[in-house]
Design a binder for this molecule. Structure first.
Ligand code: PMP
Length: 290
């Protein structure tokens, strides 16, 4: 991934992709002082670019560092990266981290770096295949108590147990893993939020202990626009038995139907399809009325 063509925005300048490197003594690498975003452009426009830039700044503040750019500057940098790439449907990855001046747990004066890369990510998927749903394992690791870690930050360190959990799930033949929280409630997947359907209403875990995804918030808004009831609450794994449909949401996952979670089975149906279609329509740049 590091030897591609193209350019990466790095601390304010565009550098050749293969030269966008960090020093091995970077604090972000040793102590996990790194935050990032994952977002997408559709038809040449970055979906909810501002919300992602705001979340990036907030994620850093939760890790006690300040990214030296404003929301407007970050948005402009992302637009430049997208335009320079020549792509219309792309994935964008802003990442910010503490640099290498001091090596130790404390590194108050270290430079804060910001880089932004974009790569091709076609938005087309085959709805029929997607409607079959993906299979999820249930992870061993729990999402941490907000008193244990800054759980609303999109911090690199919080992904350590996600990668372990996703690898374990993949090795067992699953697409991903559902993670519970430290109190054994349903929480989220390793890179997406989760929704369930019961009697025509959406049920989703309260996002007070894991990332409240921008896609999650978008889907809740889309459901409400259609008059679909949305219940945000604690959900126990045993309740999965009573849900008819299940899907996950994320900038990368969009709305992805789920057919299986451990011993539980779901049949992706009308409500999931409706929200998949609504989300697809929502992310498209709106035509300006003549
Ligand atoms: N939870 C986790 C752990 C994630 O990595 C993501 C992807 N950023 C999400 C939820 C969904 O967030 P969003 O909809 O903002 O992409």
């Amino acid at each position: 991934f590091d030897a591609r063509e193209g350019s990466i925005w790095y601390d304010g300048t565009m550098v050749p992709w293969k030269d966008a490197k960090i020093h091995v003594l970077s604090h972000g690498l040793h102590y996990g002082s790194s935050v990032f975003e994952g977002e997408r452009a559709y038809g040449g426009r970055i979906f909810k670019s501002r919300e992602h830039a705001e979340r990036l700044l907030r994620s850093a503040e939760l890790l006690d560092f300040k990214i030296p750019y404003t929301v407007d500057e970050i948005e402009a940098a992302k637009d430049l990266v997208l335009r320079t790439s020549g792509l219309t449907d792309a994935y964008l990855r802003p990442v910010a981290w503490r640099g290498s001046e001091m090596m130790g747990v404390a590194a108050q004066g270290n430079t804060i770096h910001l880089a932004i890369a974009a790569w091709e990510w076609p938005s087309y998927f085959d709805p029929e295949t997607k409607m079959k749903g993906i299979r999820l394992d249930i992870a061993d690791y729990r999402r941490p108590d907000p008193r244990t870690a800054p759980s609303s930050s999109k911090a690199a360190g919080l992904y350590m147990i996600c990668t372990i959990s996703k690898h374990r799930a993949e090795n067992k033949g699953y697409a991903d893993a559902l993670m519970l929280d430290w109190e054994d409630n349903v929480a989220e997947c390793t890179g997406a939020n989760v929704f369930f359907v019961e009697n025509g209403a959406l049920h989703t875990p309260l996002a007070d202990r894991f990332l409240n995804g921008i896609t999650r918030q978008t889907v809740i808004e889309l459901a409400k626009r259609r008059g679909i009831a949305v219940v945000e609450r604690r959900i126990l794994p045993a309740e999965l038995e009573g849900f008819s449909e299940c899907f996950i949401t994320g900038s990368a996952a969009e709305v992805t139907p789920v057919s299986e979670i451990g011993p539980y089975r779901f049949v992706p149906a009308t409500l999931t399809k409706t929200l998949m279609d609504d989300y697809t329509a929502e992310v498209q740049p709106k035509a300006v009325a003549a």
